[in-house]
Design a protein around this ligand. Structure first.
Ligand SMILES: [Zn+2]
Length: 212
């Protein structure tokens, strides 16, 4: 099932998701929920940096999470003007930083899920739980699994309607859990899994735009 990525990410009417404060994108000038936007601030060195988790102090400027809006905002000098003459090394540097920060957020969400006992890991363990009817909110499979196993995991995920992503290698997946290599990590259904899926979908869409 292919999702329509062009749809707005605003919550459906009647959804329980609360909408946060609205901010304007410096690229397309649309006003959107700040959760859907990327925040930029001025570093002490006078450089414009991404503040994806919106934790850095100071004045912030926002863009949508896509290349077009970032590009427009930089080329028209909107980011630079709003952040008092701050400099942007290049949009490539911004994109790189953005992807790194999303990955870091994913890691921290998985860490939270692990502390909350919402993580099951190990290829055999996860596949056997799915076969016995357990539903997960998300599967992460290592990007460097053998093709045959990767295919098996992908098929199982598809058939069970579980979102499946491969953003990290086996070793990295193990480190996430403080263990040795892990081929598959599953998150139980719940708000943490939903948040991780959200971030990984953004990352996939963003990488797709770069390669497309
Ligand atoms: Zn925009």
């Amino acid at each position: 099932m292919k999702k329509d990525r062009s749809k707005s990410r605003r919550p459906e009417p009647g959804s329980v998701v609360k909408s946060g404060p609205q901010r304007t994108c410096a690229g397309c000038r649309k006003s959107l929920d700040q959760d859907l936007l990327v925040r930029y601030v001025l570093s002490p060195q006078g450089e414009i940096v991404i503040d994806y988790r919106r934790k850095l102090p100071g004045r912030g400027v926002y863009t949508c999470f896509n290349h077009e809006c970032v590009d427009t905002a930089v080329k028209r000098g909107q980011l630079q003007r709003s952040l008092r003459g701050g400099q942007v090394a290049s949009t490539d540097v911004l994109w790189q930083a953005l992807q790194e920060q999303v990955r870091a957020k994913v890691l921290s969400l998985i860490g939270m899920a692990r502390k909350a006992g919402q993580v099951v890991s190990g290829t055999r363990q996860v596949l056997s739980e799915i076969r016995s009817g357990k539903h997960f909110g998300l599967l992460l499979r290592a990007s460097d699994l053998s093709p045959a196993i990767a295919d098996k995991v992908d098929k199982t995920a598809r058939c069970s309607g579980i979102p499946c992503f491969a953003p990290f290698g086996k070793e990295h997946m193990g480190q996430l859990l403080g263990k040795s290599e892990r081929g598959v990590v599953a998150l139980k259904s719940g708000s943490l899994a939903v948040s991780v899926v959200d971030e990984l979908e953004r990352l996939d869409k963003f990488a797709g735009e770069l390669n497309g």
